[in-house]
Design a protein around this ligand. Structure first.
Ligand code: NAD
Length: 484
């Protein structure tokens, strides 16, 4: 029997008011229910928003260093249970255990980082035209914030929202993706055990259309930080504008790697494979377009296809697995549909190209690492986010055309170039339209201390992580203080 977990609202662990529950299924073995979670509704979400609003004045008055101490304790507790949480993450999301361990470790770093931020200055003193005035600008919290997160980084993304939200004095309603509630539960549990007062963080597991919507509509919610698809993000943004509340959106990507003719081709293949196939390509920063200079296309194409075909795909719990399953039946269906679209558009499959079947593959959502050749920039597979282990090779005449092709996208999250030419690398950094730029490293990957986010349709609002998070989770109060 799988354990049944509860939501965390106002410091109490409780089921959905409706009593409805939802199984958390292992995508590597769809017959395995990892856990059972409440399927909360609008009333649960409203209750959580109210609880968070009630807890706000007390938390906002709690000295920042004290808030930081709680985050530090949460980091230590999370680190103690790193293996357990990583295993839960792999079993509910599918990525390999090594990837999950890395992600949980990143969660630990994020809590430590924002514990440190809680000791940083919270404003600036300015010279005043008046000799008696103390003129300063102070950062103050927003109030209750709703954090709505996707399933693909169920630890890192919530951690990089929750830690700064709390450090800067906000109270939180955390609405994780329905597919990955167990990792979210661990986060709420360590924060409770670290001493977070009741109501400061509330966990509500349920459908986006119910819980997410109720939070966006709640008068208690003063800001929304959302990571997920463009379709949902754009809709939420409109609602936030109508309500006059702050929002931050991190959405899709169609991230290119450019391989120039002077590149170390073996290295370029490794970077492309890691960027495209780890986490089964289900990263917003995953590589999905591979733009290669014509003179090296032949050699690169052969090596990439051979490497993709040789990847070990399987259950993420097995130590030799390079790539796990897709997260769900829906995700598998979408990716397989895109592979068909690519074929119909005239692209040629060099590796993979379909579902993996037979043996253990029949128990999970497995799609073969897929490489398309002959991709043109106007094809749907070159423009739309597939969110699976699929890359398309696009040929370029030279550097200028390669950058133009890379920029021919509505997205602009991350981008990479592989070259030994420093001059071209510097031109790439200047000309590429992307929020995260890599030279000789893969498109995926983000360190906690630097801003994270994209250009164009990939992001909206201020950046996440690092010091940038402060811009979102605080507002500025300018004070003219004069003696009586
Ligand atoms: P999704 O948009 O379907 O869901 C994201 C979250 O929004 C979930 O918690 C979901 O329940 C909630 N939601 C759904 N409908 C809602 C509604 N009507 N109102 C309020 N909330 C609602 O996205 P997903 O499938 O979970 O994640 C995949 C997407 O996330 C991809 O597009 C990927 O590129 C993007 N992503 C972006 C980043 C980034 O930092 N740019 C990082 C990771 C994932």
């Amino acid at each position: 029997m799988s354990r049944t977990y509860l939501n965390y609202i106002g410091g109490e662990w409780q089921g959905a008011r409706s009593g409805v529950t939802n199984p958390d299924v292992n995508p590597a073995r769809k017959d395995e229910v990892v856990a059972v979670f409440p399927s909360a509704g609008r009333d649960d979400a409203a209750q959580a928003a109210e609880a968070a609003a009630r807890a706000f004045p007390g938390w906002a008055r709690t000295p920042m260093p004290k808030r930081g101490e709680i985050l530090l304790r949460a980091a230590a507790l999370l680190e103690q249970r790193l293996d357990e949480v990583a295993e839960a993450l792999t079993r509910e999301e599918g990525k390999t255990l090594a990837e999950s361990k890395g992600e949980v470790a990143r969660g630990v770093s994020l809590f430590r980082y924002y514990a440190g931020e809680a000791l940083q200055p919270t404003g600036e003193i300015y010279p005043s035209a008046s000799p008696t005035t103390v003129l300063y600008a102070e950062r103050v919290p927003l109030g209750t914030v709703a954090l709505i997160t996707p399933w693909n980084f169920p630890m890192a993304i919530p951690a990089w929202k929750i830690a700064p939200a709390l450090a800067f004095g906000n109270t939180v309603v955390f609405k994780p993706a329905e597919l990955t509630p167990l990792t979210a539960w661990h986060l709420a549990d360590v924060l409770e055990k670290a001493g977070l007062p009741p109501g400061v963080l509330n966990l509500v597991v349920g459908k986006g259309s119910q819980v997410g919507q109720a939070l966006v509509e709640s008068p208690h919610v003063k800001a929304i930080s959302f990571t997920g698809s463009n379709a949902v993000g754009t809709k939420l943004a409109t609602q936030c504008v109508e309500r006059g509340i702050k929002f931050q959106l991190e959405m899709g990507g169609k991230n290119p790697v450019i391989v120039l003719q002077d590149a170390d081709l073996d290295k370029a293949v490794e970077l492309t494979i890691a960027g495209a196939m780890l986490s089964a390509g289900q990263k917003c920063t995953a590589t999905s377009r591979v733009i290669v200079e014509r003179s090296v296309m032949g050699a690169f194409r052969d090596r990439l296809a051979a490497r993709a075909s040789a990847l070990k795909v399987g259950d993420g719990m097995k130590p030799d697995t390079y790539m796990g399953p897709l997260v769900s039946a829906d995700a598998e269906k979408t990716v397989l549909e895109y592979i068909e679209v690519g074929r119909k558009e005239g692209a040629r499959v060099l590796a993979g190209g379909g579902k993996l079947t037979g043996g253990d593959y029949d128990r999970g959502f497995y799609v073969a690492p897929t490489v398309f050749d002959g991709v043109r920039p106007d094809m749907r597979i070159a423009q739309e986010e597939i969110f699976g282990p699929v890359v398309g090779l696009i040929e370029a005449q030279g550097f200028d055309e390669a950058v133009a092709l890379a920029n021919q996208s509505r997205f602009g999250l991350s981008a990479s170039v592989v070259t030994r030419d420093l001059g071209l690398a510097m031109r790439f950094i200047r000309e590429i339209e992307a929020g995260i730029v890599h030279v000789n490293s893969q498109t995926a990957g983000a360190e906690p201390q630097v801003p994270f986010g994209g250009f164009k349709h990939s992001s909206s609002g201020s950046r996440e992580q690092g010091k940038a998070a402060r811009d979102f989770f605080t507002q500025i109060k300018t004070v003219y203080l004069d003696p009586p």
